[in-house]
Design a protein around this ligand. Sequence first.
Ligand SMILES: Cc1cc2nc3c(=O)[nH]c(=O)nc-3n(C[C@H](O)[C@H](O)[C@H](O)COP(=O)(O)OP(=O)(O)OC[C@H]3O[C@@H](n4cnc5c(N)ncnc54)[C@H](O)[C@@H]3O)c2cc1C
Length: 398
Amino acid sequence: MASPAAQAAQPPPEIMDEAAFLREVRAFLSQALTPDLREAGRDTLGVHADIEACRIWHQRLYARGWIAPAWPKAWGGTGWTPRQRFLFDRECALNDAPVLFAGGVRSLGPLLIEMGTALQQQRYLPAILSGQDLWCQGFSEPGAGSDLAAISTRATLEGDHYRVNGTKIWTTGAHHANRMFAIVRTADGERRQQGLTFLLIDMDSPGLTVSPILGLAGDHEFNQVFFDDVRVPVASRVGAQDDGWTVAKRLMQLARSNNTPAALVRRALRRAAQAVVAVADQEPSLRMRLAGLEIELDAFEQAELAACPTGLPRPSDQTAPSMLKLIGTELHQRIAELTAQAAGPYAAASLGAVGLAGEAVDRGARIMAKHLAVRAASIYSGSSETQRNVIAQSLLKG
Ligand SMILES: Cc1cc2nc3c(=O)[nH]c(=O)nc-3n(C[C@H](O)[C@H](O)[C@H](O)COP(=O)(O)OP(=O)(O)OC[C@H]3O[C@@H](n4cnc5c(N)ncnc54)[C@H](O)[C@@H]3O)c2cc1C
């Protein structure tokens, strides 16, 4: 038996467990995150990494049983503690893992576990885990963004199916996805939130077309989707007819709570630190700002753990998902802005146009592209103003 002195020198069991867990995660990442995937992770500008890198990374996580750490173990989750999930996410981010196109894993899967029928769970959950099904989100319309209840895409019940007509816009990855979850109007209620229905739609349905929308940088990430007499089986409805608002609200909670996870912000902060350290002699004030942002990020990590200890937000908690999205996106943006400022004139988008080239110019251009790209995060999944409204309404009600 070890002497009392030797016992006292041993770290407590949870710390030993943590060290062993980290060793296991790092061993996996060192094998599975090949240089091509890390490069795709570093180059990510939009909502997700290059789609082929996403597919490969998804497969590797699935094969290891680690694709859905936040799901209940019975449905394919890992059974990790909150702290283990946190460490795993942070290790993935700091090792430049690709950001997955994962509306299925992050939002729809947990929603179906809570609200789907047994048939829907059997049919869709395994295909989400394996990566066979990629899901896009059909909420926004040309006349319905922040004012989501203004949705006018209409579904008419005809026997055992709905006939859907209308259009969805800004649909990220509709050109990659084979399925869409959407809300459509089935009735005109007294309140506009009434009369909406939540449907699961196959993207290869006759009458459904996807039309690309190019971003400002010429990239193709989102689309407009048109429905022309698209038939959707009644069995593909989640929740009751005309009660889709309840389902959509839960979906939004799930999406917002992991929209900009602390681990991704930590990755951005590391990039900022590299840029700031490089110019610290000339710009000492940037160091102070970096330190301030790091303190905010430490607090954000704790807030994330406290708000979602199971990995998923509590259905009764209206404020936490909006707060996490608001704090995460705005902190991420301020860090990206600091990085661009540290890069100084090299981050000026116009340098390439005036014929200047070189490693510093290329790096600066990448920094500026990221700075501009993260501006979108405070628009999608509900703008910052929308989150502030949700928080204020929920607190005033409370
Ligand atoms: C990169 C990206 C990806 C996206 N992907 C998807 C997707 O996959 N699926 C999908 O369904 N949608 C998607 N969207 C759409 C996104 O959800 C909407 O853009 C968002 O909800 C805002 O709607 P809007 O663009 O119509 O702006 P508007 O609603 O017209 O808002 C314009 C401005 O007015 C402000 N505003 C509006 N109402 C209020 C109010 N009541 N109080 C205070 N301020 C207000 C907003 O905050 C915003 O600043 C995506 C958007 C982006 C940028």
